[in-house]
Design a protein around this ligand. Structure first.
Ligand code: SF4
Ligand code: SF4
Length: 180
């Protein structure tokens, strides 16, 4: 294979003083000095999260503070990462929501496995699991990154709910019982 020697051009006098490069650098600095900032001083400043953003999955309660999840385990079944683990539990007979029959005794989402795909939200018949605007999750241990039910409700809070399915189910049961 032929070897082609490359000619290394000698530096001009101006290049040897570095002045053209310094001037070009200062020109770029001055150009940006008077333009609006494109960076944020995070975490003091937070970015605006656009609607429909898919952050960490969370559990939400209805506007009356009631648990919406009925522990059907559809989200656990559909999760491609097997991040969700649910332990179903029975609702005590004297509870006002006893007609729902089941609620999760424990609900865990492993955020080290989750890929934020949103399938759990899509499949949930109760609109109980939502990917909201939490984009910054940190922890010192792997265990901290497995969100338990309490943490999932802390992150999720309460969302508006025009359906209030718990009330509709109760009304349907009462109406069904009255007609017999
Ligand atoms: S967002 Fe996707 S990966 Fe994460 S828990 Fe839901 S279904 Fe699983
Ligand atoms: S979050 Fe929704 S899909 Fe998952 S177990 Fe609860 S009700 Fe079922």
């Amino acid at each position: 294979m032929a070897i082609v020697p490359l000619e290394r051009k000698p530096l001009t006098l101006a290049e040897r003083t570095y002045l053209p490069s310094i001037a070009a650098g200062l020109k770029t600095t001055l150009k940006h000095l008077f333009q609006p900032n494109v960076t944020l001083e995070y975490p003091e400043q937070r970015p605006a999260i656009p609607p429909g953003y898919r952050g960490a999955p969370t559990l939400v309660k209805d506007p009356h503070g009631r648990e919406k999840c009925v522990s059907c385990q559809l989200c656990e079944f559909v999760c491609p990462q097997k991040s969700i683990r649910i332990t179903p539990g029975e609702i005590p007979a004297d509870d006002p929501t006893a007609h729902v029959e089941k609620a999760p005794q424990e609900f865990e989402i492993d955020m080290l496995r989750c890929i934020y795909c949103g399938l759990c939200q899509e499949v949930c018949p109760e609109e109980a699991i939502w990917l909201q605007n939490q984009f910054s999750l940190t922890g010192y241990t792997r265990e901290e990154m497995v969100h338990n039910k309490q943490r999932l409700y802390e992150l999720g809070g309460t969302l508006p709910d025009p359906h209030l399915k718990l009330d509709k189910k109760l009304a349907a049961e009462v109406a069904g019982g009255a007609s017999h």
